[in-house]
Design a protein around this ligand. Structure first.
Ligand code: NAD
Length: 246
């Protein structure tokens, strides 16, 4: 067993309150591109423009061109072995909570129960006018016409946090509480640049937690707060960690 897996497993075995922060990287092996994937959705649609709430308010039809494709990608994706490993860790009583920046619902589909959706969930829609919520699955997008609210006729918006929007209050408060209580944080597939989510492991570290980072490349965390860095694709490294914890 490689040294980093042994060290990660030792920390986890000694942990009383383990949480995980996940980012887009954990879903790359499910076919959902992260912000850095070549040839993916975000090469075609600059997230700084298309994932901005300002753009949505001014040009919702334009942003829906991207949303149709995003819904297509997320609704046809299935969890991979990294999502399943975290779900199994919760089932074993080792992992207490996942805070995910992802909007793809794949942790829940994999069987994870305690999931905080820090940036919302693309399987739901909401009306920016009256707040009415609905499920994406209730709509037929074959004609590529942005859906409108039955009550106030505004163009609906996915229930995800666009750049420039506030993190949902409850998710923010619960994540802060978890960051302060955790003695170990497993950080998976996040570039550590999108705040306030990137602040969660930093708060935990300040409170004495150990940080175990899984990523294909080093991040801003690696040389600052990370105790154990496990390099490689999460779909391979997390199942390998599970072998050691079994
Ligand atoms: P990011 O795109 O900024 O960074 C992804 C990170 O994952 C990178 O550090 C990359 O090296 C790493 N990575 C890529 N493939 C990996 C793999 N197979 N195994 C392990 N690591 C891998 O993503 P972010 O940090 O989550 O921030 C971007 C924001 O974009 C998030 O807020 C999120 O809401 C949103 N987003 C979500 C999805 C999704 O729901 N799946 C997809 C794209 C973007």
């Amino acid at each position: 067993m490689s040294d980093e897996f042994r060290r990660a497993a030792d920390i986890i075995r000694g942990s009383a309150f383990l949480i995980s922060l996940t980012g887009a990287g954990i879903s790359v092996e499910s076919g959902i591109p992260d912000f850095r994937s070549a040839g993916g959705l975000w090469e075609k649609y600059d997230p700084a423009v298309y994932a901005s709430i300002d753009t949505f308010h001014r040009h919702p039809e334009k942003v829906w061109e991207m949303i149709f494709e995003m819904i297509d990608v997320t609704s046809s994706a299935a969890p991979n072995s990294a999502h399943r490993a975290l779900a199994r860790m919760e089932e074993m009583g080792i992992l207490k909570y996942i805070i995910t920046q992802n909007i793809d619902n794949l942790h829940q589909t994999a069987g994870s129960i305690n999931v905080i959706e820090y940036h919302g969930n693309a399987s739901r829609l909401e009306c920016p006018g009256c707040g009415t919520e609905s499920e994406v699955s209730a709509y037929d997008f074959a004609e590529k016409v942005p859906p409108r609210c039955d009550d106030c006729d505004k163009i609906l918006k996915p229930s995800v946090i666009f750049f420039g929007e506030m993190i949902p209050h409850e998710a923010m408060m619960k994540s802060q509480e978890l960051a302060e209580s955790a003695d170990t944080v497993i950080v998976v597939g996040t570039s550590a640049v999108v705040y306030p989510a990137a602040g969660i492991p930093i708060v935990a570290k300040r409170n004495g937690a150990k940080i175990i980072e899984f990523n294909v490349m080093e991040t801003d965390f690696t040389r600052s707060i990370t105790d154990v860095f496990v390099g490689g694709m999460a779909g391979q490294t997390l199942p390998k960690l599970m072998e050691y914890l079994a």
